[in-house]
Write a protein that binds this ligand. Structure first.
Ligand code: SF4
Length: 65
């Protein structure tokens, strides 16, 4: 299992700017809840799921099996 950043630097830049704007909350979500702090609960659960492979919701990170 490996977590890597998207190789598309434009996406990484846009999401990082979004995270800075929100103070670390997922820029793709409206609710400022602890579950939505990056890395958000959804992605942490996807990391735990041995069958999951793919991007997080914002496409900042990629999990390979
Ligand atoms: S979707 Fe990705 S970038 Fe957004 S909070 Fe979750 S892990 Fe971070």
């Amino acid at each position: 299992m490996k977590i890597t950043e998207n190789t598309d630097l434009e996406i990484v830049k846009a999401i990082r700017e979004g995270l800075e704007r929100t103070g670390g909350y997922c820029p793709c979500r409206l609710e400022r809840t602890p579950e939505n702090k990056c890395m958000c609960k959804e992605f942490r659960d996807q990391i735990k799921d041995k069958d999951f492979e793919g991007y997080c919701h914002c496409m900042l990170y990629y999990k390979s099996k």
